[in-house]
Structure formats: structure tokens, C-alpha cells
Write a protein that binds this ligand. Structure first.
Ligand SMILES: C[S@@+](CC[C@H](N)C(=O)[O-])C[C@H]1O[C@@H](n2cnc3c(N)ncnc32)[C@H](O)[C@@H]1O
Length: 276
């Protein structure tokens, strides 16, 4: 009877051992829905999150999360609320197990959760930071959606660019590139601008975050100097017919902008503009 019990307990242990052996083990290069799994090295992950200046106030989404390492570091080292989206259900479980081992499993600030899903059928509009390690064509497929996100949303991509949407920063680590962008506000068009009691028209041209334009001063249109758009932050200068340069800075909020200006004599004032 005792030997029967020993045999039974041996069988139970063997069953558990073989179940453990059969457990999913991810393989670098394994196929994925639209791209294979290759993990981003730890130091590159850290640089990506650093470039994006991730803070505990951020909601970081890693699109194509693999073993969850970007989401896990975003939660653990940067205190963010992190979400990964991964199509392979075995990887999803593996990534969430990794989050548990790292002590950051769950949702909320300083936590990471990996969701099962297709990045092309997922609503990630609540993200303040998006991380990518996909393929050039996949970045381009996501680009329209990313560009329509809240201005100021930060995007980091390991290895792959967004073609003619030039990066705001490119960092290199051990020969690997990390690209960084800030989703620009849409300012293209004609604006009625009011500054220090004067009203006129300002025309802005825009290609992604690059802007140019002019300000109507009677029949003359003064070209804008050093126009700059960074998310919702806008700045530009112009030289008036009084030979004075005025520097403007402000914020864009949909079809309105407002801020402060300063001339060369140090005279300051407020300005605002509404889109026509
Ligand atoms: C190159 S790996 C990057 C993993 C991780 N982001 C990193 O940098 O370590 C890409 C991952 O995207 C997943 N993937 C591929 N197509 C996907 C899709 N349409 N939706 C969600 N995940 C996808 C793959 O299974 C793979 O794990």
C-alpha cells in the first residue's frame, strides 16, 4: 500500500514536471501576426523611455509588446501606467507573468498590463506616450492614427522611422537608433490674430511639426521668423515696419491660440488668435 502511494506521488510529480517542460518558452525570431518577436535591448528601452521623458503622470502604450519589457520598465523605473498590446496569446501570458515577477502587474500608476489584441484594431488614443519596435511599413500604417492623436503625444520607435515625418530627436546606442516625435497640433490655415490691441491676419503653412507663414501688416506680409511648433507650444517672431522685432510664444488649443509677446524694448503683452 505504501509503495502504491509512493508510485502515485511519483506520477503526480512527473505530470507536473512535464507540464512545466511544456510551458511556453518564447523564441527570438518567432513569427508574429505582422512582425516577428525580437526584444529591444534593456539599455535601448531605457533610452526610449528617457527620450520620451516618461513620468508617473504618463500612460505608456507599447504596440506589439512581446515579452512586455517596455511596459514593465515604464511602470517599474518610470512609475508610469503602462499597457502593452500583443497579438500572440502565449506571449501575452508570458508578458503578464514577467510583470508579476517584476512586481508591477496590474493597471494603474506604476503598473503594467499586457492586453491581447491587434494593434490595428485597438483604441490607444488614451496614451500620452507610444513605443514601437515594428517595421517601417507598420509605422507608416499607424502614422495617420498617431498624427490624429492629442497634440503633444510622444512617440518613440526603435530602429524604424516614419519616412517624411522627420523625428524631433534620434538617439543611437550600440548602433541602434531610437526615433522620437511629438504629435504636432494642427495649425495650418488663416488666423485672425490680436496682439496689444492690433488685429490682423496670420497665414500658417504646416508640414508635420514644421511651420512657416506670414503676418499681414497692411499691404505687406511680414514673413515669420523662427516659427516653431512643438506639440501645442508655438513660437514665432516678426519684424514690423517700426523696425522692431516682436517675439511671440503661446499654446494652441484646437482653433484657438493664445500667449504672450515681447518687443525689443522689453514691452510685453498678450496675444490670441482664432482660426478662420
Ligand atoms: C519586434 S517585437 C517587439 C517587442 C517589444 N515591443 C520590444 O521592443 O521588445 C514585435 C511584437 O509585435 C507582435 N505583433 C506583431 N503583429 C502584431 C499585431 N498586429 N498586433 C499586436 N502585436 C503584434 C509580435 O508578436 C511581437 O511580439
Amino acid at each position: 500500500m505504501r509503495s502504491f502511494a509512493r508510485l502515485a506521488s511519483l506520477l503526480v510529480s512527473l505530470t507536473f514536471a512535464s507540464a512545466a517542460l511544456a510551458q511556453f518558452q518564447p523564441q527570438v525570431g518567432q513569427s508574429g501576426k505582422d512582425v516577428i518577436w525580437v526584444p529591444t535591448p534593456d539599455d535601448v528601452v531605457e533610452r526610449m523611455l528617457t527620450m520620451a521623458q516618461v513620468t508617473p503622470n504618463d500612460s505608456v502604450w507599447d504596440l506589439g509588446a512581446g515579452d512586455g519589457k517596455i511596459a514593465i520598465m515604464a511602470a517599474k523605473k518610470f512609475g508610469a501606467r503602462a499597457t502593452g498590446v500583443e497579438y500572440n496569446p502565449d506571449m501575452v501570458k508570458h508578458a503578464n507573468d514577467n510583470a508579476t515577477k517584476a512586481g508591477v502587474a496590474g493597471s494603474g500608476q506604476g503598473k503594467a498590463v499586457i492586453r491581447h489584441g491587434d494593434i490595428f484594431a485597438t483604441d490607444f488614443t488614451s496614451a500620452t506616450v507610444i513605443t514601437l519596435y515594428l517595421l517601417p511599413a507598420l509605422n507608416m500604417k499607424l502614422r495617420p492614427q498617431i498624427l490624429s492623436m492629442r497634440p503633444g503625444t510622444r512617440v518613440v520607435s526603435h530602429s524604424f522611422s516614419m519616412e517624411d515625418w522627420e523625428a524631433d530627436e534620434i538617439s543611437t546606442l550600440d548602433g541602434r537608433r531610437a526615433y522620437f516625435w511629438i504629435v504636432p497640433a494642427n495649425v495650418m490655415g488663416t488666423w485672425n490674430i490680436e496682439a496689444g490691441g492690433q488685429r490682423t491676419e496670420m497665414i500658417l503653412e504646416q508640414t508635420f511639426q514644421k511651420i512657416s507663414g506670414n503676418l499681414a501688416l497692411g499691404a505687406m506680409h511680414a514673413g515669420l521668423r523662427e516659427p516653431k511648433l512643438r506639440g501645442t507650444a508655438i513660437s514665432f517672431s516678426y519684424v514690423g515696419q517700426d523696425r522692431m522685432r516682436r517675439d511671440f510664444s503661446g499654446r494652441v488649443n484646437g482653433s484657438r491660440m493664445e500667449g504672450t509677446f515681447r518687443d525689443e524694448k522689453g514691452v510685453e503683452g498678450k496675444w490670441s488668435a482664432t482660426k478662420k
